[in-house]
Write a protein that binds this ligand. Structure first.
Ligand code: MRU
Length: 409
């Protein structure tokens, strides 16, 4: 490897954290808005559970482990800013209700319900110890924040367990984003990539674009470039041909739910990669924390698969800042946005919203590029059979997919 750049892990982005909003002194769940990355790096502050729920549904926060933390923090933010409970029992009832609500925000990643359940169980355990309402409220905020700290430790362990599987100078292919942005910090696949790169076991990452929402192209490519890990973006349809060319030594993907038999749900397109990797005899590893294992499901056909909006496939979104560098444009934009964001509708259903952002003007747009009303099928995930998976890399070690429940022992 010539001209090997050193990775700068201090620059890897953080997806979610708890903090106090300086504008009103209230606590909130802070999120790096992943719908607008990489060109716009907005930070959202959610001070109500509904805000976190919306962020989950719109994918401002996404990735299975990050969803688990978001669920716990959503309940904590409800407790801090919205609960009117005056007794411990009332508060516990509220925690249970909010946990049930947030668990349903998205169906496939089991970590979402896992995160809500962890916080709910902790609340009940602490209440049984005779804690006061004020103590309980304080405790769950620390517990939710600690979950983010624990997630980073888990990802670092996944990295340590996975890196030795790579021979020196390996070239890896990955799909979607299972990096730092999909977790509290560092990532599952990210954990292996960053650790292996530091050990000179990894030389290059092929990044699948990951249609339709391009989490590979928008998020993984950006994250790796920020960290200084060499990568090349390809369309999903190129993956088999780079394997055929002999340019891929290992495929690493994340997981949204792992069944007792080792079947794995992950971002749509994962199955296609597993089949191609199998054909070309390339090791195919899944990197996931134990919280992604759902031993209550015996096989993959039982996993609920999220169906998403037809607009994700019917067109594409664009977001950015408008360069209003002359007086006339600037004045026109000022007039347009005087009363708040201005939605402009185009023929054929294209849409654009223009809004004022600090001293500049920004836009969010959706452009249709398919025939109007074309029938669309848009599942967000697919299921890869255990038989196509070389192994599952967890914080507890590396397991054959069919023996994944041993990881829970
Ligand atoms: O729809 P998303 O962006 O939440 O889907 C994310 C994935 O499929 C990831 O690969 C998975 O959650 C693993 S994240 C470590």
């Amino acid at each position: 490897m010539t001209d090997r750049q050193k990775a700068d892990l201090s620059r890897i982005p953080r997806s979610i954290w708890w903090d106090i909003d300086a504008t009103n002194g209230r606590p909130g769940v802070f999120l790096l808005d992943q719908t607008r990355l990489p060109l716009v790096g907005d930070v959202l502050c959610c001070q109500k559970l509904e805000g976190v729920e919306l962020a989950i549904k719109t994918l401002a926060v996404r990735g299975a482990p990050a969803l688990g933390i978001a669920a716990a923090m959503a309940i904590a933010v409800w407790s801090e800013n919205e609960s009117t409970a005056t007794t411990v029992d009332e508060w516990l009832y509220g925690v249970d209700t909010q946990a049930a609500r947030i668990s349903l925000a998205r169906p496939t990643a089991v970590n979402l319900a896992w995160g809500a359940k962890r916080l709910k169980d902790y609340s009940h355990d602490q209440a049984l110890k005779g804690k006061s309402l004020a103590e309980l409220k304080e405790d769950i905020v620390s517990f939710a924040s600690q979950m983010a700290v624990q997630d980073e430790a888990v990802n670092r362990a996944i990295g340590e367990n996975g890196a030795p599987l790579l021979k020196k100078g390996s070239r890896v292919l990955t799909h979607c984003n299972a990096g730092s942005l999909a977790t509290a910090f560092f990532g599952t696949v990210g954990g292996v990539i960053y650790t292996a790169y530091g050990q000179e076991r990894l030389s290059h990452v092929w990044v699948d674009e990951t249609r339709p929402l391009n989490q590979g192209g928008r998020l993984t490519a950006w994250e790796l470039m920020v960290a200084g890990v060499p990568c090349t973006l390809i369309s999903d349809s190129m993956a088999a041909s780079v394997m055929q060319a002999g340019w891929v030594d290992m495929v690493l993907v994340g997981a949204d739910r792992i069944c007792a038999n080792g079947d794995v749900a992950n971002k749509i397109g994962t199955l296609m990669l597993a089949i191609a990797a199998h054909y070309y005899d390339i090791p195919f590893y899944v990197c996931a924390p134990l919280s992604t294992i759902d031993a209550s499901l015996s096989e993959g056909s039982q996993i609920p698969i999220e169906q998403r909006d037809r607009r994700e496939l019917a067109g594409f979104t664009a977001t950015g800042t408008i360069l209003a560098d002359d007086e006339t444009t600037s004045r026109a934009l000022g007039m347009l946005t005087l009363a708040g964001p201005r939605n402009i509708k185009f023929a054929h259903g294209h849409e654009m919203s223009i809004y004022r952002k600090d001293e500049a003007y920004a836009f969010d747009a959706w452009f249709m590029n398919t025939p109007p009303d074309v029938p669309i099928y848009n599942p967000a995930f697919d299921v890869t059979s255990a038989s196509l998976i070389t192994g599952i890399i967890t914080e507890a070690g590396v397991f054959p997919a069919s023996e994944i429940t041993k990881a829970l022992a």
